[in-house]
Design a protein around this ligand. Structure first.
Ligand SMILES: *Cc1c(COP(=O)(O)O)cnc(C)c1O
Length: 481
C-alpha cells in the first residue's frame, strides 16, 4: 500500500464523540454557518489517537536520541521545568488579571530578569522578545533610537561578520538598516583590518556572535569592541551561544552593549517546531533606557499586593510583544536556572565545551576541521569525509540509518560542505562514542561503498526527500522517491 492510502482514514458516517441528549430546547443553526462541503475527516477516537501517536513516533526529538544540531543547542530539558510550567497557578493566569492578583508571576519575571542581568553582566533586561531573531530586531531598533537621540541618525550601516547566523542580516533588513559584511581571517576570527577599515561615522553598530558560529572564541574580542566603540557605534551581542559561557564570562563585562539570550537554547525551554520561544535582551547603562517595555520592577514597600509593578524605560522603543511575552518559557527558564544554581550553570558550560572538543579530536581522524584550534561548545568540519564525490548531505542522510539526528549542514557558509556539530553537556561519554563510531564507519563506507551514502537513508519510514518539493508540497505521501 502506498503512503497515501494509509494516510487517508476517513470513513463516511464514522464519528468519534457521543453527545448526551440535549437538556435545552433545540435552536436552529443559522444556514450561512452550515457547510456541506467542509470535508472534515470522519473518524473514531481510536483512529485519531493512533494516527497522532504514529506520527509522533516518526518524529525525531531530543527525547528519542542524540541531536547534535550545531548552533541550536538541542539539549535535554529537565522534566522539573515542564512540571513547574504546568502548575495551574502559572498555566491558567489570564494576561488581563489585575497586577495585584499576579504578584507571584511578576516576582518570577523579576527574578528571571535579575538572573539574566547577572549572567550577562548588564544593567537591565527586558523579557519581551519572543525569539533570538526578535531580540536582534529589538536591539537594532534600540541602536537606531540611541543614535537618533544623539542627532546621529545618519548612522545606518550595521557590520556583520560573514560567519553570522542568517537571522543577523535578516534583522538588519527588517530594522531598515544597511549591511556591511566583515570577512573572517585565517584563524577563524573577525578580520581586524577589514573591521578597522569599515568602522566610520556611518556605522550604527556591529553584530557580534561570540563564540562565533565556527564554535571559536574571538581571540581579539576586546580589540574588536574597542574599534567599534571608538567610531561611536554600538556592539550588539548575538547571545545564542551563551551555553558555552554561562557562569564563566559575562559579555557585558567585555563591553557588549546589547545582547539577546535564547531561553530555548541555553536555558532549556523546549526548542523546535517554530516556537513558542523567548529571546530576552540585556543592555548596558547607556542603552537600557531604550529597552522594549514593560519591565518588571521591584517597588519600594512591603505591601504584597503591589510589591512588583510594570515599568517602561524612559526612551523605550515600545512593546515588541503582546502582554508579557511568552510567560510559559520564562517559568521553564527560571526553574532551570534555580535548579542548577551558579555552580551548576558554569559546570554545564564547561561540560558542553569538553564534549565538543572530545568529538572534534575524535572525528578529525576522518573529517577535515578547517579552523583547527580548541573549540567552545561546537565545531565545524568538512562533511565530505575527505572523499571527492561524497557530499556532506550524504553523510547526514546515512546518519539517519544509525538512529542519529544529523548535525547542522551547509552552515556557516564560509566552510565548504560544512557540518556543524554541537553535542551539548547533557550527553554521556557512551552516546558520544556511539556517534563517533557511526561517523567513522560512514567515512569508511564513503571509500568502500559510496552508494550506501548516496542512496541513504535506507531504514527511515520515508526515504530521501526531494528538498524543494518537501518545502512546497507538504503532503508527505507524495514525497518518497
Ligand atoms: C538560533 C540562533 C539565532 C536565532 O535565534 P532564534 O531564537 O531561532 O530566532 C541567532 N543567532 C545564532 C548564532 C543562533 O544560533
Amino acid at each position: 500500500m502506498s503512503e497515501k492510502t494509509v494516510f487517508e482514514k476517513s470513513i463516511p458516517g464514522r464519528i468519534g464523540v457521543a453527545l448526551p441528549e440535549p437538556d435545552v430546547p433545540p435552536t436552529r443553526v443559522p444556514c450561512d454557518l452550515l457547510r456541506a462541503d467542509n470535508g472534515l475527516p470522519e473518524l473514531s477516537q481510536s483512529d485519531v489517537s493512533r494516527h497522532y501517536l504514529r506520527l509522533s513516533q516518526r518524529n525525531y526529538g531530543i527525547d528519542n536520541g542524540f541531536y547534535p544540531l550545531g548552533s541550536c543547542t538541542m539539549k535535554y530539558n529537565p522534566r522539573i521545568c515542564e512540571t513547574v510550567a504546568t502548575y495551574p497557578s502559572f498555566l491558567r493566569s489570564h494576561p488581563l488579571l489585575a497586577l495585584a492578583d499576579v504578584q507571584g508571576n511578576l516576582e518570577l519575571m523579576f527574578g528571571l530578569q535579575e538572573c539574566l542581568r547577572e549572567i550577562g553582566g548588564f544593567d537591565a533586561v527586558s523579557l519581551q522578545p519572543s525569539a533570538g531573531a526578535h531580540g536582534e530586531l529589538s536591539g537594532l531598533l534600540m541602536m537606531r533610537a540611541y543614535h537618533d537621540d544623539r542627532n546621529e541618525g545618519t548612522r545606518t550601516q550595521i557590520l556583520v561578520p560573514d560567519s553570522a547566523h542568517g537571522t543577523n542580516p535578516a534583522s538588519v533588513a527588517m530594522a531598515g538598516l544597511s549591511l556591511t559584511e566583515i570577512p573572517t581571517d585565517r584563524g577563524g576570527n573577525i578580520d581586524l583590518q577589514a573591521l578597522g577599515a569599515a568602522c566610520g561615522s556611518d556605522v550604527a553598530g556591529l553584530m557580534l556572535t561570540n563564540p562565533n558560529t565556527l564554535g571559536l572564541f574571538e581571540q581579539q574580542v576586546e580589540e574588536v569592541i574597542r574599534l567599534v566603540h571608538d567610531c561611536g557605534a554600538v556592539v550588539y551581542g548575538d547571545g545564542a551561544n551563551m551555553n558555552a559561557l554561562t557562569g564563566i564570562m559575562r559579555p557585558g563585562d567585555l563591553g557588549i552593549d546589547i545582547m539577546h539570550y535564547n531561553l530555548h537554547k541555553t536555558f532549556a525551554s523546549p526548542h523546535g517546531g517554530g516556537g513558542p520561544g523567548s529571546g530576552p535582551i540585556g543592555a548596558s547603562a547607556d542603552l537600557a533606557p531604550y529597552l522594549p517595555g514593560p519591565l518588571v520592577s521591584d517597588a519600594v514597600g512591603d505591601d504584597p499586593a503591589s510589591r512588583y509593578e510594570l515599568s517602561t524605560p524612559k526612551r523605550s522603543i515600545g512593546r515588541v510583544s503582546t502582554f508579557f511575552g511568552n510567560f510559559g518559557m520564562m517559568v521553564r527558564a527560571y526553574a532551570y536556572i534555580l535548579h542548577h544554581g551558579p555552580e551548576g550553570l558554569r559546570a554545564n558550560a564547561e561540560h558542553a565545551v569538553l564534549n565538543a572538543n572530545y568529538l572534534r579530536v575524535q572525528l578529525q581522524k576522518a573529517f577535515q576541521v578547517p579552523f583547527d584550534r580548541t573549540c567552545m561548545h561546537e565545531f565545524v568540519c568538512e562533511g565530505d569525509a575527505k572523499q571527492a564525490g561524497v557530499r556532506a548531505i550524504d553523510v547526514c542522510k546515512r546518519l539517519l540509518d544509525f538512529g542519529f539526528h544529523p548535525p547542522t549542514n551547509y552552515f556557516p557558509l564560509i566552510v565548504r560542505e560544512a557540518l556543524m556539530i554541537e553535542p551539548t553537556e547533557t550527553e554521556s561519554l557512551q552516546t558520544l562514542d556511539a556517534f563517533i563510531a557511526a561517523m567513522l564507519q560512514i567515512a569508511q563506507e564513503a571509500e568502500t561503498a559510496p552508494e550506501l551514502l548516496s542512496s541513504a537513508p535506507h531504514l527511515t519510514p520515508v526515504r530521501r526527500l526531494d528538498e524543494v518539493k518537501a518545502a512546497r508540497k507538504q503532503n508527505f505521501g507524495d514525497l518518497g522517491r
